[in-house]
Design a protein around this ligand. Sequence first.
Ligand code: NAP
Length: 244
Amino acid sequence: MKKVLIVTGGSRGIGHSTSVLAAEAGWDVCVNYVSNKSRADETVALIKASGQRGIAVQADITKEDDVIRLFETCTQELGPVTGVVNSAGIVEPYGRVDEISYADLAPLIDINVTAMIMVTGEAIKNMSSKHGGAGGAIVLVSSVSARLGGPAFCAPYAASKGAVDSFAWGVAQEVVGEGIRVNAVSPGLIDTEIQPEGRVEAAGPNLPMGRVGQPDEVARAIVFLLSDDASYIAGSNLDVAAGR
Ligand code: NAP
């Protein structure tokens, strides 16, 4: 099966590393971004440097029309989609729950939960044998905060990732008989631009391994779950958190 991958949030952080490592593993990659075109173009340049095809597609995954266009553009330019990684996400609003408003909360739930579900739905429409597709693999990027709870700092974010975990398990069972393996990864604290200033330096020494993780360390787990080496793995949620 031809390997054509969409990575939401592929311009930066874990999505960027996943795009580059997936290309090294033989995937053609459609790098999705919302606003950071130059970073998406840099990711595409690295994909091409490893001999694979790559394109950057701007799409706000909270907008249904954008998500449909993302899949259509990828299919037209690279071929039928056989892999999807949903990495796009945000953490804010920070702070205690009694300090935030409905307006603060809405984008978090929109991106981390609603859009993640809708992107998965579109992936299934493209890949499921039920819809005439050739099958494929989906990896959803969750977080260990789903079980840690993020007290006083990011409890709403933790709740959004709890939703990812439940959804991943449910949808994996729905489509495993249609040629699609859905899995999740749950990173611990990873050194990306999603982190507030100073957090990586402050928290690293207190973690079990004495350091935070690097995006490549998560990306390697994602690329494994996408690969045929994971052919009998579906509905799993792999912690990449070094004992946290
Ligand atoms: P990051 O470096 O801040 O990158 C976020 C990515 O999401 C960017 O590519 C951004 O695109 C994209 N994005 C944001 N909103 C979007 C939207 N509406 N539509 C499309 N793309 C959108 O974050 P990261 O640390 O790599 O996080 C990636 C995933 O890992 C997230 O789901 C996060 O919750 C999860 N995670 C991260 C950590 C960690 O410690 N870093 C730990 C656990 C889980 P632009 O570049 O265009 O802005």
